[in-house]
Design a protein around this ligand. Structure first.
Ligand SMILES: [Zn+2]
Length: 534
């Protein structure tokens, strides 16, 4: 009988370990499926091997022969389904055993509630939860490292399970810390930063940046990274929304190099890290003196180690300090990576900056456009010009700067061609539009007939060159069907010349064409069929 063969304290300890290692919110589907399998009678032939080890069968699509060790369910279990970590079958067997001795309903209630309280309520509190308040950031990081070591020692037997770093190690790191209320937010920020560094290190050791899609472990690690990054962003937001709660100055000052270290690990998640770094410099470090010092520091770092992100980050600080010229010069070192940042700044200054701030930014910035265009791969240039064009267009609309907008379109030609045509169309500058089409080597044949008709109505002279080009192209193609098309465009030409009352010009043109094509018998036949020749 299970009730007599298994000790209650052992079961209770196993249950506490499971609750600790498998937070309900994360493992809910797994836990509920295990409980269901057991409740609905899919667990059978359960045998107690010795006082700790149990085996049994679990029916779920196929029959699984499951064993588990109550002294360490997560570390020692076996199931043919080969899921990494405990599967629903192992949990089903556990629930079966537990339910025979104790109350499964009560266990589930505890499991759900455990997360609302600190995770230590169900297991003896580790030493990390009672760290003494530290007075310097360095000491905080020593405490974090100690807590991580203890955590790793407790979980060494299991091939580390990264998902629990965010859900278990992080709350343990945050617990304790300084008593000083104002410093607690900063302490939390550092705990997250410490864990972020550790996670990146962890992924690097496994080469996870080289594979796009990998194991379950990699997937959950990635979620961990995102979870902690969110935590960092949220903490930073809180600093800016509540400046009076910001930490004492010395602690903030000590934080600077820790944030800077992010730039050194940016071969993983570079844009996430860039965003984190710049967010810290917008929301946490806000004095001009700090920003100026940091910029100088980054410039040294950038030159020594050629870290691309350091150049971009230094430029970001320069923009914050309104030293646009310096910022643009830094962007020129890596123009391809800088192009998206340039778009961001344009957007930011147009939508939220004072108008004169944007005006001075743009006066210099527009001269930089050729660098970005030259650096970007051909297919991305039009997209880049479109984004900048769209932003500037909204500015031009509000500030009546259409001349500047046109200068931009001119500057970015031919990548701005579509936008330029639309602009000229709205302004009714049809002749200019035609020039663009001719520049792009277009003929009437490539154009929308409706649009062509509209232009012809405006002024038949506009479309003459487009028809002429179409005729030449199809005559030169030298085959029967192309001659027919050429004749079609010749007739349209004739209509235009007539509308313009330039019949003499038309006759002269046709005569010249006939002379030039005198040897092309088939073409002349088509001309006759089309009644263009007698
Ligand atoms: Zn299984």
């Amino acid at each position: 009988m299970l009730q007599t063969a298994i000790s209650k304290p052992l079961l209770q300890k196993a249950a506490a370990d499971l609750q600790n290692d498998l937070p309900f919110s994360v493992y809910k589907p797994l836990i509920q499926k295990g409980r269901d399998l057991s409740r609905r009678g899919f667990v059978y032939n359960v045998i107690v091997i010795d006082s700790e080890r149990i085996k049994g069968k679990v029916a779920d699509v196929t029959i699984h022969d499951v064993t588990l060790d109550l002294a360490d369910v997560i570390g020692h279990h076996d199931c043919p389904c080969e899921t990494e970590g405990p599967c629903s079958h192992v949990l089903a067997l556990f629930f079966y055993v537990y339910g025979n001795v104790l109350d499964n309903g009560e266990l589930l209630r505890q499991w759900k509630q455990a997360e609302k309280k600190p995770p230590q309520t169900v297991s003896p509190a580790p030493k990390t939860s009672t760290v003494a308040p530290a007075e310097s950031v360095d000491e905080w990081w020593e405490q974090f490292a100690k807590a991580l070591d203890e955590f790793a020692a407790r979980h060494r037997r299991r091939d580390d399970w990264p998902y629990r770093l965010a859900h278990q190690l992080f709350p343990a790191l945050v617990k304790g810390g300084p008593k000083h209320h104002a410093a607690r937010g900063l302490y939390r920020f550092h705990a997250a930063l410490f864990l972020f560094h550790h996670l990146i290190e962890y992924g690097k050791e496994r080469g996870w940046h080289q594979r796009l899609f990998g194991s379950y472990g990699q997937f959950s690690w990635q979620q961990d990274v995102e979870y902690i990054a969110d935590e960092l962003f949220e903490t930073l937001e809180r600093f800016s929304s509540n400046p009076s709660a910001s930490a004492p100055d010395p602690l903030i000052k000590q934080t600077v190099p820790y944030v800077r270290d992010l730039l050194q690990i940016a071969d993983f998640f570079p844009s996430l890290i860039y965003d984190l770094y710049t967010a810290a410099w917008e929301l946490l470090f806000t004095t001009e003196a700090q920003r100026w010092q940091e910029k100088e520091h980054l410039l040294r770092l950038a030159k020594e180690k050629r870290i691309p992100l350091a150049f971009l980050a230094a430029a970001h600080l320069a923009f914050l300090l309104k030293e646009d010229e310096e910022a643009f010069a830094l962007y020129r070192v890596f123009p391809e990576s800088a192009a998206p940042c340039f778009i961001e700044w344009t957007k930011r200054l147009i939508t939220s900056g004072p108008p004169d701030r944007f005006a001075s930014f743009w006066a210099k910035g527009k001269q930089e456009l050729p660098y970005y265009l030259a650096a970007l791969p051909e297919p991305e240039r039009t997209k880049f010009v479109n984004e900048i064009g769209q932003l500037y267009e909204s500015y031009a609309q509000q500030n009546n700067r259409w001349d500047e907008y046109e200068a931009l379109l001119n500057h970015c030609f031919p990548y701005s061609a579509n936008r330029y045509v639309q602009f000229l169309h709205r302004q009714g500058r049809y002749q200019h539009m035609i020039d663009l089409y001719l520049w792009a080597n277009m003929t009437a044949h490539e154009m929308d007939p409706q649009f062509l008709k509209m232009l012809e109505k405006q002024d038949p002279a506009l479309v003459l060159p487009l028809y002429h080009r179409a005729v030449i192209r199809f005559v030169e193609a030298k085959n029967r069907p192309s001659y027919r098309t050429a004749v079609r465009y010749l007739k349209k030409l004739r209509t235009c010349y007539r509308a313009l009352k330039q019949t003499n010009e038309w006759n002269a043109y046709l005569e010249q064409l006939c002379t030039k094509t005198a040897r092309m018998r088939a073409f002349h036949e088509e001309l006759r069929k089309g009644k263009l020749l007698p």
